[in-house]
Design a binder for this molecule. Structure first.
Ligand SMILES: [Zn+2]
Length: 307
């Protein structure tokens, strides 16, 4: 299975348009040791033909153009993109669907609650169903298995499980209560034809023992690297939410992912969805050194992995 990391930043990207934090400022003035990043986006492929998008970032159009294997291959309108799997309804994970509205047929795999939010509550997404045979919506259980169906019966087996019960802030409290809570946020484990497994989870509120058990069965882990510390945004801005309140386990600290996942021996461990404020983006800093010494990698746009 081929895995292309098209984008690796959290919402807002790096640098973020309205941010002048140390990272963003030094990246703009050319003194930063590290790379700019677009918002997190991953594409996977089993058969060298059909690619599946894991979520649809707001940067999707430029990410596709920067990735030749995702370009059309035949005359006229066509695409090797064979479907989109949504792990949540966050704007950073679904806004890119609006960049795929040019009458291309493809399936969207998501939980029934996410489908209802997009289809019933947000009328712009009706542009995905402007003509018959355009986008097909495929409901998946928040705790089950399904196959991303490629050409000629070659698919990618996936298992998903619920990671959280909080719907995006744009979903009203009344609507949230009417939805199935477990549908809000998924983790995905995709299996290659050789039996190797990749876990994709750009948003993880907490890592309990049952999650750790599942991750020890994987060979590649693309994991939430949004914030270095729980109070990162508060210290940066003087107010705001903690990482925990935003549904992200921080990287550092007693309850952080470096420590909680330290016992995982099998998977290659890669942080994705890294916020522009996260000091581990700075490759000259102690946080980056600490992450690398702990065996983790910090994903960059354009990485191509083979599983
Ligand atoms: Zn910044």
């Amino acid at each position: 299975m081929l895995i292309n990391i098209l984008g690796s930043a959290a919402g807002g990207g790096f640098p973020q348009w309205n941010c002048n934090c140390r990272n963003c400022r030094s990246l703009r003035d050319g003194t930063f040791k590290g790379r700019p990043r677009t918002q997190t986006q991953v594409a996977i492929c089993q058969d060298n033909r059909t690619w599946f998008l894991l979520n649809a970032s707001p940067d999707l159009r430029t990410q596709i153009e920067a990735t030749p294997v995702l370009h059309p291959r035949n005359h006229g309108r066509n695409s090797p993109i064979g479907g989109v799997l949504l792990t949540s309804g966050d704007i950073d994970q679904v806004a890119g669907l609006l960049s795929l509205r040019e009458l291309q047929p493809f399936p969207i795999y998501c939980t029934p609650s996410i489908r209802r939010i997009l289809q019933e509550d947000n009328s712009m997404f009706a542009m995905l169903n402007r003509v018959p045979g355009q986008v097909s919506w495929t409901d998946i259980s928040c705790d089950g298995r399904f196959c991303l169906q490629g050409e000629r019966g070659v698919g990618i087996d996936c298992r998903v499980f619920s990671l959280g019960s909080r719907f995006p802030a744009y979903v009203s409290p009344d609507r949230s209560l009417a939805l199935k809570q477990g549908d809000a946020l998924l983790g995905v484990i995709a299996s290659s034809s050789s039996g190797r497994r990749m876990a994709y989870m750009p948003a993880v509120p907490d890592a309990d023992d049952s999650l750790l058990e599942q991750l020890e069965e994987t060979d590649l882990l693309l994991f939430d690297g949004t914030f270095w510390s729980d109070d990162e945004l508060i210290r940066m801005q003087g107010s705001g939410s903690t990482a925990g309140e935003m549904g992200h386990i921080p990287v550092s600290g007693a309850d952080g992912s470096l420590r909680k996942l330290a016992g995982l021996r099998r998977p290659r461990k890669v942080f994705v969805h890294i916020n522009n404020t996260n000091p581990m983006l700075d490759e000259s800093g102690p946080e980056y050194a600490q992450v690398r010494a702990a065996g983790w990698e910090v994903a960059e746009d354009g990485w191509s992995l083979d599983l």
